[in-house]
Design a protein. Sequence first.
Length: 343
Amino acid sequence: MRLRSSAAVVLSLALLAVPTAAHTESAPSPVAAPAAAAAPDARTQHVLAISVDGLNPAAIRRLGRTRAPHLYQLIDQGVSTLNARTAVERTTTLPNHTSMLTGRRVTASRGGHGVTWDDDRPGTTVQQAAGHSVASVFTVVHDAGGSTALFASKAKFSLYQRSWPQAIDRSFTRDDEAATVRQVRRDLRTRTRAFTFLHLARPDRAGHEYGFLSSRYLTAVAKVDDEIGAVLDTIAAEPALDDLVVVLTSDHGGAQGSRSHSDASLLANYTVPFIVWGPTVDRGDLYQFNPDYRDPVGGRPGYGAERQPVRNGDLANLATALLGLGPVPGSELNDAQNLDVAL
């Protein structure tokens, strides 16, 4: 991981989750460009990871810069790819988010986290699924003395608070996206967290109800763009967050017209965006910055491939690297912390 300064924002765009409310055609005010880079020896102190649930990268292209100005500003000003990959085994929400937080594959017998279900199961933990202790980005940050928080717009994300109760200092998991965005913005203004995870579910909900890439789904993605813009406005207004890194990724996509994304063999389901933006981040294509990784084009490489694609599960060890910490113990995705966002 080579960074030139302390201020950076990384967005790993998993599939964007957006509300179904009507979207105004007037574009929000664009976010200011990142400030000049700080001293080379400075270190990022804050990371905000954003997962937009069910974001097919095709939606970003279809909305364009007029209806998705904040996403495009992050793309234009940062390092990105719209051809990252999900976990190989599953293209569903909890399995992929658990990979994002642990840096592990899904299959427990192969060293994975073991979370294969995708519904709310009170009392369950990641440790029970794996059959042993499992570390996460939350535990790494907590053990280093940093504060953490989780804000999710699906109640089933309570799985993570149960799994790492001592390592997550603030948890808000509710089926209410507007409330989730209000809570994370308030927390950013009033607390100093080393690592914050924000989950936005609108696109996924719209896809299940109206079909992925439908007009209602695209409206939901546009609404999520508004929400991301509001969060970025909050960050920009807080001088203490000048070094904040945003990691935004998605758990899965969704095929045109389909109301399901569970078939892990479909290109539209396993393709997600990954965007990195900030003062310490260069501009360009993420694969060109990382010759050790390989753009999979339309393929679905397994974990044994000599060169891996960028995966949403790289988020955990990208976040720890940006914070100057070691990899998540037991992880394998980006465990060398060699996903570069600056030359």
